[in-house]
Write a protein that binds this ligand. Structure first.
Ligand code: ATP
Ligand code: MG
Length: 298
């Protein structure tokens, strides 16, 4: 049988007609017609990781482009697992993961993108943001007290602030793109019912209990507000150069296929090549080869 194409699992989750995007139209349980008990799905998972690993090697060797992968989701949607899975095929030297938590006092003394600048991937590297500056239009929008902590001058805080932030983020991502950092963004789309099931599983299983925090429940109560904020964020910040992928996340194995496939596609679009050695540098290599061959003894 012909090898399944990974890219088939990318395009339908990539948001292009952003202004019409509706979360309610998206099925969190979608598995793209795949069945994890069949070989096909397992092959795709393995293929994604293998391709990623090969592309990363070129990215690193070429040392021109960088990839920034952003993960956003409600609690228990599987961000950590998806990152762990994607990373499993990657050379740790060429990759850095950063988890953004509540901002520190020092961070609150700066503009909202400040702390992200310091964590951007170098050329040749993959940077992964586990949560990101998008929290500034999600948790901060849902919790007015979080915005109050940001110490903005009062006259700069009005109804327009979310649209202003969307605009600033679009400009920031365009800036990154123009400077050689490809940006891909994943929203792991979990259903409210599946979150409940996963929370209960965490509570019922001692090795998983540490993952549960009572605060997760208070965020769950704000589910509808979060969904509104996510939808508005995707509508306003999905751009051709930095699209959002709305990844069905009720089935972890499927969300991992989609994430790996989208990262493969993003890297493939960069036409990564191993640097070719030419001219004087090639002559140096020839000299080195002759010297090694001429060595006496072992
Ligand atoms: P996760 O839930 O992602 O697995 P975690 O449980 O290890 O992470 P938490 O402390 O629960 O760690 O998550 C980080 C918290 O910080 C989240 O509630 C998130 O909304 C919050 N946060 C992140 N960035 C910001 C921000 N810019 N402003 C306010 N809160 C933020
Ligand atoms: Mg948490």
């Amino acid at each position: 049988m012909e090898k399944m194409k990974l890219s088939k699992f990318v395009n339908r989750y990539c948001i292009d007609k952003a202004e019409k995007f509706r979360l309610a139209d998206r099925d969190a349980g979608d598995t793209g017609g795949l069945d994890i008990d069949k070989k096909e799905a397992k092959d795709l998972l393995a293929e994604g990781i293998e391709r990623l690993s090969d592309l990363q090697e070129r990215l690193y060797a070429q040392d021109r482009w960088a990839l920034l992968a952003i993960f956003q989701a409600m609690d228990a949607a599987g961000k950590d697992g998806a990152i762990k899975h994607v990373m499993s095929g990657i050379n740790p030297q060429g990759c850095e993961v950063h988890s953004f938590k509540r901002p520190s006092d020092e961070e609150l003394d700066h503009d909202f993108l400040w702390r992200s600048f310091k964590r951007l991937p170098e050329r040749g590297r993959i940077g992964i943001f586990n949560r990101s500056y998008y929290e500034e239009v999600l948790v901060v929008r849902v919790h007015p007290e979080a915005l109050a902590r940001e110490k903005l001058p009062a006259e700069l805080v009005g109804k327009a602030i979310w649209n202003q932030r969307f605009k600033d983020i679009r400009v920031f991502e365009r800036y990154l793109t123009r400077n050689g950092t490809r940006v891909v963004k994943f929203y792991l789309h979990l259903s409210k019912a599946e979150q409940k099931r996963r929370f209960l599983e965490r509570l019922d299983s001692p090795p998983k209990q540490w993952k549960f925090s009572v605060a997760d429940l208070s965020e769950r109560r704000l589910w509808d507000k979060y969904m509104f904020a996510y939808e508005d964020m995707i509508r306003n910040t999905s751009t051709p150069e930095a699209p959002w992928y709305v990844v069905p996340a009720d089935n972890k194995w499927f969300s991992r296929i989609v994430v790996a496939a989208a990262m493969v596609e993003a890297l493939q679009s960069l036409d990564l090549k191993f640097p070719t050695v030419r001219g004087a540098a090639l002559r140096d290599l020839e000299g080195a080869r002759q010297m090694l061959r001429a060595e006496k003894g072992k």
